[in-house]
Structures are given as C-alpha cells and as structure tokens.
Write a protein that binds this ligand. Structure first.
Ligand code: SF4
Length: 376
C-alpha cells in the first residue's frame, strides 16, 4: 500500500513547534516565528529562514495571566504562554504585527519579559485605504527587511524576494484549487483536509510543502457531489476550539467562504506590478479588511455583505475570539446588515478559557437545522 498523501501535512500539524525544531536540527536552517496575521512570509523566506506562523489560541494559559490583563484574547495570551514555557526558545527571531492594541501591548510585554530574544514589531498601517498607506507600508517593509537581515544574517535582497514570490504564488494557487475543490467534492476535500493544507503551508518550507501537494488526488472526478450540505460563510480569526473543522464536516456544513487568518486570508490576494516590495504591498492592501484595520464603517459592512452574497452562503457563522474588541466593534453593524438581507447568523465566542466545544457543537447543529431545513 502506498503512503497516505495527507500524512506529511498531518505530521507537521501534529506538533508544529516540534516539527520546526527538528527541521532546524536536521538542516541547520534558521526559524523565524510570526504571529498571525499579515507578516509577509515571503520576506522571511527570502532571508533564507523558515517562516513559522504562530497562533496563541488553543494554548491553555497559566503563567501568562500574571503578565497580561485577564481580558486579553487567547491568541495573544497563548503566545506569551508558549514563550514563558520555553517552547519558542529555538526561534531565531519573532515578529509580532501591529493588528490591534492587544498585539501592541503584547509586543511591549514580550520585550520586557524576554529582553535578550530577537523580536520585532511590524508596524502595519491601520488605515489601509488611506492614500499614504502604500508609501508607508513600503517604507515599513524596507525597515522590516533590515531587521530580518540582523536576525538571520542574510538581508532579503530584491532578487531573492522575487524568487520567493514565485514560490508563494505557486503554492497559493495550488491551495486555492484545494479550496475550490471543497465546494465541488467535499467528501474527499473535506474542510478539515483543506485547512490542514493551508495551515501546514505556513509552518513547513514552501518548496517541500508544494512537492507534498503534488501527490494529492487532484483529479476532479473523485468523491461525492455535495448533496444535502448547507453552505455557510465564516468570519473569525483562528479555527478554534480544537475539533471545529471536523465538526463542520460532520454536521454537513459546506464552507463556501471564510476570512480566517490561517485560512483564506493566507491564500487570497495577488501581487501587483512593480518591484517585489511593491508587489507585496499591493497584495496586503488588497486583502479583505481584518478586524483591527480601520475603514469607513459603511464600506466595511458593504464589502462584507458582498462577499457573503457572492459566496452563495445560506447563513453566516461568526467565530469571535473572546475579548477581541476589534471583532466586537464590527459585529453589531454586520449583524444588522445581514438581518436586513434576511441572512441568518450565528455568533459563537471562542476561547481556551471557559468555552466548551460540546456547547459549540450543539449551537452549530441547531443553526444547521434551522438554515438547512429545505435541504434535509
Ligand atoms: S484582533 Fe482580536 S483576536 Fe486578534 S490579537 Fe487583537 S484582540 Fe486578539
């Protein structure tokens, strides 16, 4: 019997930190961790290091609670917890992006707690649609390149960034194909599997990941058509609690669109024209606005509604991280707009602190029954 083509991805995701640590031991390469979202992995790749996406959600916090306020989201709290537990000691550097006040506070706490470690704050612009955002981001990426050079000993040259962009382009187009196949053949391309691919792409070397993907069953004719599945759109940050991807598959929910930072956001957007840094700027600016970025409220709502309607979803699930102010601010306007369009919505709050997966399953099941009545 041949090897299961999904197993390399599962090996990475079984314990991503351990996997990266052994990759480093094996190859002598450098590993740069980056908190999601929106750190340009391509530049880390061009600096000759492995970009390792980190998400703190799903980590049970204990020590970190002494350093961060109790109302900090699990994503930020979990990262500090991993640091305090020594799990990130093998990193050659850590990048924390400016997404919201929480990540800014996290960066300062990190600097204070680990003054000897190499870490950098990526100052992403908050108003991506401001006329000067492009120029600002370009300058920030230049500065980021210098910082990466200090961390890795290899400055990411424009030539090397160009090569990295082409690797990432190929990888993202494969991943988008997998994403599309979930709609066509969800019995083979389950939601759990598609996310396994997207999440592991941000933790394993891209070239290797691409070669693993070549061995997957891409033939379009496999698997059953998605009869009886209920199309939903999901807005959130991280797939949390653990097991939620499998839950979506088991409950017959067909994810036709989502905005997760470890999901579609990581494979969306195309590089624009110009030199490679300009290309990166164009991609970042073209991504759907993530909570924490600012725009004119009417535009945030309308573009969200457009994405939901284009996806053909029968309902929207909000997977809001507990204590995420940014997601909380947007929610009432988005809910009102959905209500006006008669699109049902379910709001779930996720956190490693006090949210039960069993409860989430019950609520998802009830929502599926409500919106999928005519499909049963
Ligand atoms: S945007 Fe929300 S979930 Fe993300 S780091 Fe900030 S508070 Fe946490």
């Amino acid at each position: 019997m041949g090897m299961d083509p999904w197993s390399p991805f599962r090996e990475v995701m079984a314990d991503p930190l351990q996997w990266a640590r052994s990759w480093k031991d094996r190859t002598g390469g450098k590993v740069i961790g980056h908190l999601l979202p929106d750190v340009p992995e391509e530049m880390i790749h061009a600096a000759g290091a492995l970009p390792l996406a980190l998400e703190g959600a799903r980590v049970t916090a204990s020590k970190a609670q002494a350093s961060l306020p109790g109302y900090t989201c699990s994503h930020a709290m979990g990262l500090l917890e991993m640091g305090l537990a020594g799990q990130l000691d093998f990193l050659d550097g850590l990048i924390i992006p400016y997404v919201c006040d929480t990540t800014r506070n996290l960066y300062h706490t990190w600097s204070h707690t680990f003054p000897q470690s190499r870490h950098e704050f990526l100052r992403l612009p908050k108003r991506l649609y401001h006329p000067s955002a492009r120029e600002y981001l370009r300058a920030e990426l230049d500065r980021f390149g210098e910082a990466l050079g200090r961390m890795t000993g290899r400055y990411p040259s424009l030539e090397n960034i160009t090569l990295s962009l082409s690797v990432y382009q190929k990888s993202r187009s494969r991943l988008r194909k997998a994403y599309a196949l979930h709609r066509e053949r969800p019995s083979i391309w389950t939601w759990e599997r598609v996310n396994l691919l997207m999440a592991s792409a941000m933790k394993a070397p891209r070239e290797e990941h691409l070669s693993w993907m070549e061995k997957l069953p891409w033939e379009i004719d496999q698997g059953r058509k998605p009869n009886g599945r209920v199309p939903v759109y999901v807005r959130g940050k991280i797939w949390d609690p653990p097991g939620i991807l499998e839950m979506m598959d088991e409950l017959g929910l067909l994810v036709v669109g989502e905005e997760m930072v470890c999901g579609f956001r990581s494979i969306a957007g195309d590089y624009g024209q110009g030199d490679p840094l300009e290309a990166l700027v164009s991609r970042l600016i073209s991504l759907p606005l993530y909570p924490g970025y600012h725009d004119e409220p009417g535009r945030i709502v309308q573009s969200f509604l457009d994405r939901v309607q284009e996806s053909g979803a029968k309902g929207v699930i909000f997977l809001n991280p507990k204590f995420c102010e940014a997601a909380g601010f947007d929610l009432p306007d988005l809910q009102k707009a959905l209500e006006k369009e008669k699109i049902p919505a379910l709001v779930l709050e996720t956190s490693t602190r006090g949210v039960s997966p069993a409860q989430i399953r019950v609520r998802l099941e009830a929502f599926r029954e409500m919106i999928g009545e005519d499909l049963l």
